[in-house]
Write a protein that binds this ligand. Structure first.
Ligand code: SF4
Length: 362
């Protein structure tokens, strides 16, 4: 059956036309950016966008309010920086890896090299350019920090020899050497069996069908408790919260100055070496007790035409006195609640002349 719905996930060339102009999403497999790449993004945001770098819930980076020739100019710059290795695959390089992998004692295995191998393998298989832009790969280093990202093809480290490959609720024990190939073959099998579905979970019996095609049988129950990684020191790394996930020019410059490499997390924060300095002066957060810990917001006004409020401005003004109970807080400009956490959060939704907070009008 022919597909009727168009895949509208934005990329660098296929930008989303938002109320404030073009929005480009730059895929960052494994969240890894060198200082040079971050500097290219920072300068590009200043020269072709609104100056800010938005961090997404999949560890990618967005630039908003692009000028008319922005997509072409941006793609040239990203290609030169090694951030656009395949035009055909640019929107499908959705690969999350535990951001603290290999950097602290909680990490059972360093999955970042596996993420890089997976990305290279993905770009080398022409057919996988047809994956939906929502399709997600995840590599969890065993701590459970990616347990709730709802990946299509996930791997959870058991130790330095083996991992559990999962396409849903149960998994199969596999050796690390076969992980990239199995993950990519599972994605190819999904393309074979899908009709109009965007995700494996949407295909009836998808998990069983794909495992059968891979010649595997699910044997391991997956009951990993999701863990949260907060700002502060973790082994040899420092997790830095970016308020509302929006890096200013000064903040991006401070990161470039202090770290040879950063890792973008799916929680609107970045990982830098523990020795990094001067970040608080730029308005970044390096301790877990900040009012910005676990606070997210959708685009709101002026970026989204559906928004009933400038939620980012309101959150900036109100969060310092906002009552907290340990849960995350998500601010949304309308009931679609874009970018909300999986569950367990304070739900703040604009209604035009105020907000609903967990269903109570304020
Ligand atoms: S939640 Fe509503 S206002 Fe916010 S980005 Fe989504 S559609 Fe726009």
């Amino acid at each position: 059956m022919a597909r009727t719905e168009t895949d509208r996930c934005p990329g660098v060339l296929a930008v989303h036309q938002a109320a404030d102009g073009g929005l480009a999403r730059v895929r960052v497999p494994g969240g890894r950016l060198t200082a040079q790449q971050l500097e290219v993004l920072r300068v590009a945001a200043a020269e072709v966008g609104d100056g800010r770098l938005e961090l997404t819930s999949r560890g990618n980076v967005q630039i908003r309010a692009l000028r008319e020739d922005g997509p072409r100019e941006l793609s040239d710059r990203l290609f030169g920086a090694g951030l656009l290795p395949s035009i055909a695959h640019e929107r499908v390089r959705n690969i999350l890896a535990s951001p603290l992998s290999g950097l602290d004692e909680e990490s059972r295995y360093d999955v970042l090299p596996v993420a890089i191998a997976l990305d290279q393998g993905l770009c080398a298989r022409p057919g996988l350019a047809e994956l939906p832009g929502r399709f997600l790969f995840a590599l969890d280093d065993g701590r459970g920090d990616l347990a709730d990202v709802q990946a299509d093809v996930a791997v959870l480290a058991l130790d330095d020899r083996s991992a559990v490959l999962s396409l849903g609720s149960r998994g199969v024990r596999v050796g690390w050497a076969e992980v990239p190939d199995l993950m990519l073959t599972a994605a190819e099998a999904f393309l074979d069996v899908r009709d109009q579905e965007w995700r494996i979970a949407e295909v009836a019996g998808g998990e069983e069908q794909l495992l059968q095609r891979l010649g595997l049988k699910a044997s391991e129950a997956l009951e990993m408790k999701p863990t949260r990684v907060t700002a502060g020191l973790h082994g040899t790394a420092l997790v830095v919260t970016v308020p509302l996930g929006s890096l200013t020019q000064d903040q991006a410059a401070a990161l470039v100055e202090t770290a040879d490499e950063i890792r973008v997390t799916p929680w609107r924060s970045v990982v830098v070496p523990a020795t990094a300095t001067g970040l608080e002066d730029a308005g970044l957060v390096t301790t877990p007790d900040s009012v910005w810990e676990g606070v997210t917001a959708c685009a709101g006004r002026p970026g989204c035409a559906k928004a009933l409020a400038d939620v980012r401005a309101d959150a900036s003004r109100l969060m310092p006195t906002f009552p907290r109970d340990g849960r995350r807080v998500h601010w949304a400009g309308c009931e679609r609640r874009c970018g909300k956490p999986a569950d367990g959060f304070v739900d703040v939704v604009a209604v035009g002349d105020g907000y609903w907070v967990d269903g109570v009008r304020v």
